[in-house]
Ligand binder design. Sequence first.
Ligand code: FAD
Length: 365
Amino acid sequence: METDVVIIGAGPAGATAAINLSPFRRVVVIDRLAEPANRMSESLAPAARRLLSDMGLWNDFLADGHSPRYATRSAWGSQVPDERDSLADIDGTGWLLDRKRFDARLRKTAIARGAKILAPARVVGLDRSMSHWTVKFECSSVTHSINARMILDCSGRSSQLLTPFGAIRQTHNRLICGWIHGSILENDSGQGISYTESAPEGWWYTAQMTDRRRLLAWHTDADLPSAAAVRTRSALLEKARQSTSLLNAISDTSFDGSEPPSVIAAHSSTLKPPAGENWLAAGDAAISFDPLSSQGLFNAIYTGLAAAEALDRALNGDQSAMGEYTERLGMIDAAYQSHLSAWYGLETRWMDQEFWRRRVKMALT
Ligand SMILES: Cc1cc2nc3c(=O)[nH]c(=O)nc-3n(C[C@H](O)[C@H](O)[C@H](O)COP(=O)(O)OP(=O)(O)OC[C@H]3O[C@@H](n4cnc5c(N)ncnc54)[C@H](O)[C@@H]3O)c2cc1C
């Protein structure tokens, strides 16, 4: 089998690239999951509306019933929460997403626009010859291969698939996230509001979801003692009880139950460079954002779009396409690093704690 482009990963970055490239090129997308997984509810930045509208997806997005996020509340740098209303944003509200539904919509649109999706199939290696790539993937324990002119890696923040071809993954920290869900008991006073709170050894995030459940998430570094809180539900709740303002923010919810926390890597990483000879990376595989920024999805869609454009140009023989893509991502990474340092730098109460010492060091390097 031969194609113009193989995209590895059908998450937001890969599906966006496929949606925009498939009308013009032969595109095969490979994902290890038969369908998008259940993931924690994430928020989508208001400015994503522009990208989804450009892709002709805005009405579908609205029909999918994600919850508007009207305000963000945060107790950061001080015990007193600060509230930011989305009325102040020219793009309107943000969104609290049902991630599975969001990802499924993007995948479905990519197929409707002509992409072929191979899933479940896991890419296990890449080989490059003078004229093409050979992508090896496993499907039902059998190894297959497909030839392509170009490769786009959208397989997430830990991908090492492109390292044999000159890309180096720089991992900036060891942040992890452990989260549980609870059932909303009473009124909907907290609906449409997300809450973030810094703590001596990390930070909390909570928000109501579309289905009358509440997400409670703890973020800290994997190698610190505070990471023990993500091992059991009772340990996570015990840690939450140390803050009265957090308890207040989740007081509408029962967290009864025995399900242990889900735990996921949430570190920042950058692939350097994000493009080379006949290959690119987009989304988290190129630059993975700290969840504190709430910008990872926007970046995945934006870089998915930019990668589709660069690939189309490169397939037409445009020699500058990959270099310009690399430059664009360098600018995004620099802006992101500086905003992140500024945001973590607002918290100065716990400079004796390793978690915050590391964030200051990060700002200085
Ligand atoms: C705890 C946490 C909270 C977050 N909260 C937010 C938030 O509130 N707002 C926000 O904007 N962002 C948030 N993010 C970031 C957001 O989740 C990511 O930026 C986004 O998922 C990136 O999309 P992607 O398509 O690049 O990668 P992914 O969504 O990771 O998709 C990668 C795809 O590649 C597939 N894959 C991986 N390896 C292979 C392989 N070898 N072969 C085939 N397929 C493969 C996977 O199955 C998956 O479908 C958060 C991240 C974390 C960790």
